[in-house]
Design a protein around this ligand. Structure first.
Ligand code: RP5
Length: 153
């Protein structure tokens, strides 16, 4: 059963989000991936948000470029933690997406990571930290990764 849902706003986001999937896989975290545009398919975004918890999802990672309303829209339909990844897919190179995702009005949080590959990876690591509160196997895998970092510098 998937613990993490990785939702992207467009097929064109797939390559930018591969690092998220690689990190989740490396840590042994089960995930699902879907394309759900908040503006082209708002009903699908709503259904996903309403059903995610009952399907066993515990963390949502939502990636989008441009106006990047997807993470906020999903957060409006679920009380699961939502991590937003701003993607550099527009002429503004992701600054638009960053501002859009990070500037959620008070009350409906979206945890926002960096633009690009660093953010895509950190979204997965942050999901691992959240899941580590409950799952010992994920905590052990994540702590192993962290301890290996110490040897690298
Ligand atoms: C956003 O707009 C997507 O997340 C994507 O990053 C960007 C462009 O999408 P497409 O027009 O290529 O589908 O919705």
């Amino acid at each position: 059963m998937s613990l993490v849902a990785v939702i992207m706003g467009s097929k064109s986001d797939t390559e930018a989000m591969q690092p998220t999937l690689d990190v989740l896989k490396g840590l042994g975290i089960d995930y699902e991936v879907d394309i759900t545009s908040a503006h082209r398919n708002p009903e699908k975004a709503r259904q996903f948000g309403l059903e995610a918890r009952s399907r066993g999802i515990e963390v949502v990672i939502a990636a989008a470029g441009g106006a990047a309303h997807l993470p906020g829209v999903l957060a409006s339909w679920t009380t699961l933690p939502v991590i937003g990844v701003p993607l550099a897919t527009s002429d503004l190179k992701g600054v638009d997406a960053l501002y859009s995702i990070v500037q959620m009005p008070a009350g409906i949080p979206v945890a926002t990571v960096a633009i690009g590959t660093a953010g895509a990876k950190n979204a997965a690591y942050l999901a691992a930290e959240i899941l580590s509160l409950k799952y010992d196997e994920i905590r052990k895998a994540y702590e192993k990764y962290r301890s290996e970092l110490q040897g690298a510098s």
